[in-house]
Design a protein around this ligand. Structure first.
Ligand SMILES: [Zn+2]
Length: 63
């Protein structure tokens, strides 16, 4: 059984559900679909952003 779940929001690749195993990733709250390669890229970007936010916050705290 192969069920089409949706399309990757980054590259438009179809995401399927294969016998209960999802051929991609659904991001936490936004219900956005990604294939594995796009999800990894996106995750790295988010980590970078978090890092920058952390730097900004630490600068704000300093007098
Ligand atoms: Zn993709």
């Amino acid at each position: 059984m192969e069920e089409l779940v949706g399309f990757c929001s980054q590259c438009g690749k179809p995401i399927h559900c294969l016998q209960g195993f999802l051929n991609g990733v659904i991001s936490d709250e936004k219900e956005t679909l990604y294939c594995f390669s796009c999800y990894e890229e996106n995750d790295n970007e988010q980590n970078r952003k978090r890092y920058h936010i952390r730097i900004k916050e630490s600068q704000r705290k300093s007098p």
